[in-house]
Design a protein around this ligand. Structure first.
Ligand code: FES
Ligand code: FE2
Length: 390
């Protein structure tokens, strides 16, 4: 059956972008980072969600999110992208409690604010949810429960896999010149791997005659094996197509065979958690999380900044190292470098596709294997053309 693709205007026009901000990014839970980045009191990360400056701060052991703007004149409370610093504005020294309430004003008299006025001054806060080590923020004043956005299987996976993460994370960001949806569609599109990643990812994967991936065995997996809480998890393809398509149905979990060959760093871990497998979660709207053999993990996010611009974020970390093995920054750098090669192979094409869509006069077509892209497209049209998210 031939399936329609989204019209090019959805990838190029400001009007669609604005509607996405209102109906998707202003309403849904968005990945903000990892708890590994926020371990100590006063650890913080600063994010820019399509122009909204968001500060996530460890406030006395609780993760809080605020608009990164001081109640005095709007100066960012934290200037760096990440670090460890109290909630004190660098401009005139106003300080805030962990709940965002104004704590103190140096030279208080010059402002002439009575106690009641001071009590009303606070940082605008946002809802935060942690699922395992994954930190999500919601920019809405009335956030939907996260259990309405993500399936039980996905939440369980994120929770159960997290204790296996090493504390050290390699993190990097860059700008791509394409629409964020092209990136989400690209990670759902397995058929591109053998053409675009010929020399990088494709040699690691095991393709079937039709070009699809072969299934991975659960028997040798610590993460998904019979004794794991994840043994009953349902992967993409094991479920009947959803009708009608709900929000939970457009985030998917896939797992495929990837023949295991021991890499030089395998001996640093107790055992590969998921040998012979490559698993990936495509988490709507803009996250890709997965692992090669359960030895190292990648987390990627493509934040829309304009119809034709994304801020790409990339985290890489390994499974926990054996007791007594020191942190391995060179290993993280090496893995991240290799991963960036794969990312760049996609980015160069997505930049080209964006240019082509900006002058496209016709709408394309898709094959049966592109059903997951069509499903997201259908959900997108239903929700962006109608009122509100259901
Ligand atoms: S802008 Fe923050 S103290 Fe003045
Ligand atoms: Fe790719």
């Amino acid at each position: 059956m031939i399936k329609p693709v989204l019209p090019p205007v959805c990838y190029t026009e400001q009007g669609w972008f604005d509607r996405e901000q209102e109906k998707i990014f202003g309403k849904l839970w968005l990945l903000a980072g990892l708890t590994q980045q926020l371990q100590a009191e006063n650890d913080f990360i600063v994010r820019n969600f399509s122009g909204v400056p968001v500060l996530i701060q460890n406030a006395g052991g609780t993760l809080r999110a605020f608009r990164n703007a001081c109640a005095h004149r709007g100066m960012p409370i934290q200037i760096a992208d990440c670090g460890n610093r109290r909630l004190t504005c660098p401009y005139h020294g106003w300080s805030y409690n962990g709940d965002g309430q104004l704590r103190g004003i140096p030279n208080e008299k010059i402002y002439g604010l009575c106690k009641k006025e001071q009590a009303n001054l606070k940082l605008h806060s946002y809802a935060v949810e942690t699922v395992g080590n994954f930190v999500f923020v919601n920019l809405s004043d009335d956030p939907l429960p996260i259990t309405e956005q993500f399936s039980d299987d996905l939440l369980l996976l994120l929770r159960e896999v997290s204790p296996h993460f090493a504390p050290e994370v390699s993190y990097s960001t860059f700008t791509g010149h394409y629409n964020w949806k092209l990136n989400f569609e690209n990670i759902l599109d397995w058929n591109h791997a053998q053409f675009v990643h010929k020399q990088t990812l494709a040699p690691l994967l095991q393709f079937e005659s039709g070009g699809g991936f072969s299934a991975a065995s659960k028997n040798v997996s610590i993460l998904f094996g019979p004794d794991s809480p994840l043994s009953d998890i349902r992967f993409t393809g094991e479920l009947p197509p959803a009708d009608p398509i709900g929000l939970k149905d457009i985030s998917v979990i896939g797992r495929s065979s990837m023949p295991y060959t021991q890499r030089w760093f395998a001996k640093l871990f107790d055992a590969p958690l998921d040998p012979g497998s490559f698993f990936a979660c495509n988490i709507f709207p803009n996250v890709n999380f997965g692992s090669i053999h359960g030895e190292h993990f990648y987390l990627q996010q493509f934040v829309p900044m304009a119809p034709d611009r994304v801020e790409y974020h990339s985290w890489v970390f390994t499974a926990r190292l054996k007791h007594g093995v020191p942190p391995q920054p060179h290993l993280l750098w090496g893995i991240h470098h290799a991963e960036k090669r794969v990312i760049d192979e996609d980015v160069v094409l997505l930049n080209g596709l964006q240019k082509s869509l900006s002058v496209a006069s016709t709408v394309g077509t898709m094959g049966d294997h592109e059903e997951p892209l069509a499903v997201v497209g259908r959900w997108y049209m239903e929700h962006l053309q109608e009122e509100g998210l259901s």
